[in-house]
Ligand binder design. Sequence first.
Ligand code: 6MZ
Length: 347
Amino acid sequence: MEDDAELFYRQLPKVELHAHLNGSVSVATMERLIARKPHLNIDHSMTAILKGQRRTLDECFQVFKVIHQLIDTEEDLLMVTKSVIREFAEDGVRYLELRSTPRADSKTGLTKRRYVESIIEAIRQCKEENVDTEVRFLVAVDRRNGAEVAMETVKLAEDYMLASDGLVVGVDLSGDPNVGHGKDFLPALQKARNCGLKLALHMSEVPSQKEESELLLTLPPDRIGHGTFLHPEVGGSQSLVDRVREKNIPLELCLTSNVKGQTVGSYQKHHFPYWYQLGHPCVLCTDDKGVFSTSLSMEYQLAAATFGLSREAVWTLSQQAIGCSFATDAVRQQLQQRWALLLPEVF
Ligand code: 6MZ
């Protein structure tokens, strides 16, 4: 049974801006995938980190490898994307930006183009079926695949930005932060920016990325994923903080992901209050709701409980996220109106 607080957080209209598709697959959908591919001998403990459990970031990346084995056809992608969109909508997410790394698979005939098209098709089908959330797509560059693939990925994103009626809106830089260097991706990211794609970049997810973050800030990105080690108290620097603030670059903050992936010691030690108290735009996100066994309403509830936010403050936090999205002004306006209309239902 849902208690009053849970109901409030689920009904609260929310914006999700940092969700990796393959990390967002729920247990129920995972069951369907596992049943389709019994020969892989995969069980649930290999695809999700349950309550109370933690893994190193390295181990988290092993989990994605397992999930990728289960999702390797157009049919899988269509099914998974539709389920993820529906689950976010059921959790009260009214605007969703999904991101995913195009993969090809010679065994199943999956190509990177068909990968992107399957996701776009899923978004279209959800719209036709009146699933109550507006969805956009960011094409992800996996840093492990190097500069050349990054450039190809950006070209793909550019093609589909033009061919998707505005569904593809940007590019993400993600993948194991301990692999590769940001400088290798500057040309591709610059190209993305020049052709009108927005940039959502993982930055300072681990302590060793200080120099890389300085470099990426020259682009500058439109949003920063995590930014865990940007501020001086954790080994970042005041000049990094100053630059992020000057350019007013929103941060996508994923509490449970950071705690379970052990880049942050506990919820109390999360960098959310550092930035929030500065009045800097912060957007609560899930990162990988399937892998980290969370939901966006749970993330809001956790943030409120840990940092003592009132319901009004929580409302304002969720409303401010609209302005950090990559939606057009017209869509943002519609969302603002929806938020205002839904206000009396929540309080
Ligand atoms: C960096 C992450 C991530 O693209 O196959 N990904 N990259 N840091 C994180 N923090 C935990 N969580 C997920 O979704 C899975 C991929 O997203 C990126 C990784 O590249 C991972 O392989 P897609 O849909």
